[in-house]
Design a protein around this ligand. Structure first.
Ligand code: GDP
Ligand code: MN
Length: 330
């Protein structure tokens, strides 16, 4: 199957691309999922417009929008106007947004007040990171999904995508797909690596022999701070729903680091990938042209046959040390 789907993927034959009807059953129970605020409607519309034009008008995978507050009618209509695919809107369960009871909120505020890193002062940003780390995959609207593709407002999709990435992942037994891999800013994850190592020592039976730990661990045992940028990720949700992932999240959550520091869901997801998955289960979608404010990836032109609006010479995220480390290790 590998060769077949690779052919399909890089063949660049758009006539051969399947078309799925909006109502029809899809080969994968997948959806495009965003956590987003009402005031981000126009940024979200840009993302949806581009995804529809570049890909989903042929595939009609459903969208799911989640919010800690109810969506306004304006937001719902503003999104529905852009697609014939099914769109659902949901509010978060109360206990998935906010502080767990064991967190010392005074200590959390002291950290926010003195933090000198980006989003360091924000309380809601930390609620967001904790939600995306531990709860998004448990939201009732996602209950029937096998895969999700995370999307955000104000991102760009630069290239036509002439195949079904969900099907590609399912066919090839892939659990985690990524596109940009930078290094994390140290002040936001001061104790994340130690806390993760503690987890590994306590639960050796959960850590398979063959994994990707050397992507996040230097030869001297220190943290590489490599992470997959989770604003784009395509994930087999059985991974986040596994007992191992849950145990890891609980361990992190108990330590309070989402609040006493500012752990992002990107390094958390990535450390779980590195501990629990083999490299053959993790896929670099280097053929998908993508930009999130501050960083972008433009595919090598030979793979895309001119279907991108970005300059392949600007494929700078491909040169990031963590993307190189992924390509070169193992
Ligand atoms: P960054 O990508 O790390 O700079 O963080 P963003 O501000 O883009 O937030 C990540 C995602 O979570 C985006 O889809 C935001 O729309 C969403 N988000 C962030 N904060 C909130 C919030 O307080 N409420 C809701 N509903 N969504 C949020
Ligand atoms: Mn963002």
């Amino acid at each position: 199957t590998n060769t077949l789907s690779q052919q399909k993927k890089y063949g660049g034959n758009s006539e051969g691309a399947p078309q799925y009807s909006p109502e029809g059953i899809k080969p994968v129970r997948g959806a495009l999922v965003a956590l987003v605020r009402n005031q981000e409607l126009y940024g979200m519309r840009k993302t949806v417009r581009e995804l529809e034009d570049r890909w989903n008008h042929k595939y009609n995978y459903p969208y799911i929008f989640l919010n800690n507050k109810p969506f306004t009618e304006k937001f719902k209509q503003g999104i529905r106007d852009l697609t014939k695919a099914k769109v659902e809107f949901g509010v978060l369960d109360k206990d998935t947004w906010g502080y767990p009871e064991w967190v010392d909120q005074i200590k959390a505020k002291e950290e926010r007040d003195s933090a000198k890193y980006i989003k360091g002062h924000s309380e809601s940003y930390r609620f967001m990171c904790r939600f995306q780390s531990g709860f998004v995959h448990k939201h009732p609207l996602l209950a029937d999904l096998e895969f999700y593709w995370r999307i955000e407002p104000d991102v760009n999709y630069y290239c036509d995508i002439d195949y079904d990435p969900f099907l590609f992942m399912k066919t090839n037994g892939l659990k985690y797909g990524w596109n940009i891999a930078p290094t994390e800013y140290e002040p936001t994850v001061r104790t994340l690596w130690n806390t993760t190592q503690e987890f590994m020592k306590k639960n050796p039976q959960m850590i398979p022999d063959k994994n990707m730990i050397d992507w996040v661990r230097n030869s001297d045992g220190s943290y590489t701070r490599c992470h997959f940028w989770s604003n784009f990720e395509i994930v087999d949700l059985s991974f986040y729903r596994s007992a191992e992932y849950q145990a890891y999240f609980d361990h992190l959550d108990k330590s309070g680091g989402f609040f006493y520091e500012r752990w992002g869901d990107a390094p958390v997801h990535s450390l779980a990938v590195a501990m629990f998955l083999r490299k053959s289960q993790v896929h670099y979608f280097d053929d998908i042209g993508y930009r999130h404010p501050a960083m972008a990836h433009c595919p090598d032109g030979s793979k895309e046959r001119g279907k991108c609006i970005c300059d392949p010479e600007d494929g700078w995220a491909h040169g990031f040390s963590c993307a190189k480390r992924f390509r070169s290790i193992f």
